[in-house]
Design a protein around this ligand. Structure first.
Ligand code: HQG
Length: 186
């Protein structure tokens, strides 16, 4: 199901407060990034951007990248990945597929091939098993470039990978030796 414009706006506000600036609306996520649903709805209302519980449920269910998740008992919510606030997502270490992809923009290429893929303001480097997703991610910053990552070799070298609830592969850093440009996209 496609999100309406209104739901996209609401989703962006949720990303902002659950990943980057909870203090903006007076929220304090716990150590794993969870906030109480009731508290979130109250805070959004006081902030002048009220959201009903039904709307919140709709955002979680229809979000194009499954960015948010409810706790099992549905009383708490968090973003699945992409945080800049300091939390521990507690995802288990997982064995990655042989190859993963990272979408970036042409202007970052020289620096990446020299310095590796860094996490910048996020907690982890984000990789995906799907080339399509990586292309879309890369095009946010300019002409997209698709990088192929030897995640199998990284795993063998003892580098840890985590898989988020919404199937994003997370790691700390990708050294240039594991990166090649995916020719098909040039
Ligand atoms: C680049 C979205 C120069 C890196 C997506 C990227 C993703 C370097 C940018 C999630 C570099 C950081 C994450 C280096 C890395 N020199 N540039 N050494 N190392 N970069 O947005 O991976 O819509 O923080 O290639 O779907 O683009 O928010 O990371 O271009 O899953 O849910 O620095 O964000 O999800 O940009 O995207 P970002 P990302 P959401």
């Amino acid at each position: 199901m496609k999100m309406t414009k209104d739901l996209v706006q609401k989703s962006k506000l949720l990303s902002l407060v659950l990943r980057h600036r909870p203090e903006l609306i007076g929220l304090k996520p716990d150590a794993q990034g969870w906030v109480e649903v009731d508290q979130l709805l109250k805070s959004l209302e006081s902030f002048g951007k009220p959201m009903s519980k039904a709307e919140l449920e709709q955002v979680v269910a229809t979000n194009d990248k499954q960015r948010f998740a409810f706790s099992k008992d549905k009383t708490a919510i968090r973003a699945n990945q992409g945080h800049s606030i300091n939390i521990d997502l507690d995802y288990p270490v997982s064995q990655p597929p042989q190859v993963l992809y990272h979408g970036t923009a042409q202007q970052f290429l020289a620096s990446i091939l020299k310095n590796g893929i860094q996490k910048k303001s996020r907690h982890h480097v984000h990789l995906s098993a799907e080339t399509e997703i990586a292309k879309i991610v890369g095009s946010r910053y300019g002409k997209p470039v698709l990088l192929k990552i030897q995640s199998g070799l990284m795993h063998e070298a003892g580098i840890k990978f985590y898989k988020s609830e919404n199937e994003v592969w997370l790691t700390d850093f990708v050294d240039p030796q594991f990166i090649s440009i995916n020719k098909q996209m040039e």
